[in-house]
Design a protein around this ligand. Structure first.
Ligand SMILES: Nc1ncnc2c1ncn2[C@@H]1O[C@H](COP(=O)(O)OP(=O)(O)OP(=O)(O)O)[C@@H](O)[C@H]1O
Ligand SMILES: [Mg+2]
Length: 306
């Protein structure tokens, strides 16, 4: 082959080689793009699957959370129901013990006192020693009777059932001031007596506990109890001018060794009411109970009561 032929060949070869180059590159490009597309689709599918799995997991945990929430609400209601029954049973039991103390033991003691008085008169004529002994026994019995009456009143004041809340509170406060020398201002509105006996008992027990706390902890020089009409309910406040305390700390204490404040809250909430307590230095402590007359209170009526 001549050098011309070589040139021609080379030229041909290069032509032959160049002619299929463009479609091959296109094909390769298409292949690359298809592969990239396929990879992107694969990734998109994987991402979709991952997201669906996450969504399913979220739905599952949401369902689980809803279930737990439902269970906890149910348990809370159950607990409230149980403590309601407990407090009602306790109140009934107190009523019974109070009656027994007052009627049975009180009357027996009165009988003994009367008999001793007669005996003392008879003995006065002849035996002086006997007269003295009888007189001291008589004093002992009188003291026991006072204790029994006091005990019966504290357990369940008969006035609460017979004459109503206001009379029972008056009597309790009179006793309280006599014992503690802390004067109490008292205002109330008569319609409070139209409330259910359950609710009036709650108000009585709250005053009893709040004032007992005033005597025990506050070192106050005076206190006040007020019962107002508030919307369709009743707002009761027990205030003292004594030293303050950290309310949150006491209410959130882990150990349930102090039951007064917790018991007040439980009793008030049990009858659909709202409990609040405020205490600040220089201002003393105010316990508030807002209780609906009939049915649970409306949100609007509770405004202003923290
Ligand atoms: N009016 C008040 N003034 C000052 N501190 C008070 C007053 N009321 C309550 N506290 C404080 O709050 C605490 C809790 O009161 P709470 O009535 O729950 O328990 P307690 O009176 O100590 O015991 P109890 O279970 O016999 O009632 C008290 O120990 C006291 O420190
Ligand atoms: Mg107390």
């Amino acid at each position: 082959m001549g050098s011309d032929g070589k040139v021609v060949r080379i030229a041909r070869v290069s032509r032959v080689a160049q002619v299929p180059a463009a479609p091959a590159r296109r094909k390769a490009g298409v292949r690359d793009r298809s592969a990239a597309l396929a990879a992107a689709i694969r990734r998109a599918k994987q991402e979709t699957a991952r997201r669906m799995a996450v969504e399913r997991a979220l739905e599952k945990s949401e369902r689980h959370y809803q279930l737990l929430l439902k269970e906890s609400i149910h348990m809370q209601q159950h607990l409230r129901h149980l403590s309601h029954r407990l407090l009602t049973a306790q109140e009934e039991e107190r009523k019974q013990i109070s009656r027994e103390l007052h009627d049975e033991i009180g009357q027996t003691l009165t009988g003994v006192t009367v008999k001793l008085a007669t005996l003392k008169k008879e003995a006065a004529a002849n035996v002086r020693g006997l007269e003295k002994k009888i007189a001291s026994t008589q004093r002992l019995l009188e003291r026991s009777m006072k204790i029994v009456h006091q005990f019966a009143r504290d357990l369940r004041p008969p006035l609460l059932d017979d004459l109503g809340l206001i009379a029972a509170l008056h009597a309790f406060m009179k006793q309280f001031t006599r014992r503690t020398h802390i004067p109490i201002g008292f205002t109330a509105f008569a319609a409070v007596e139209q409330m259910d006996s359950d609710k009036r008992t709650v108000l009585y027990r709250v005053v009893q506990e709040a004032l007992t706390n005033v005597a025990k902890h506050a070192r106050a020089s005076r206190a006040s109890v007020s019962i107002h009409k508030a919307g369709r309910g009743v707002l009761m406040e027990v205030h003292d001018n004594g030293r303050s305390f950290h309310v949150e700390r006491v209410l959130s204490a882990k150990k349930f060794t102090r039951l007064g404040l917790l018991g007040m809250r439980e009793r008030i909430e049990m009858v659909g009411g709202v409990f609040a307590i405020e205490s600040s230095p220089g201002k003393g402590t105010t316990v508030r109970a807002q209780i609906p007359m009939n049915g649970p209170p409306r949100a609007r009526e509770l405004r202003g009561v923290k």
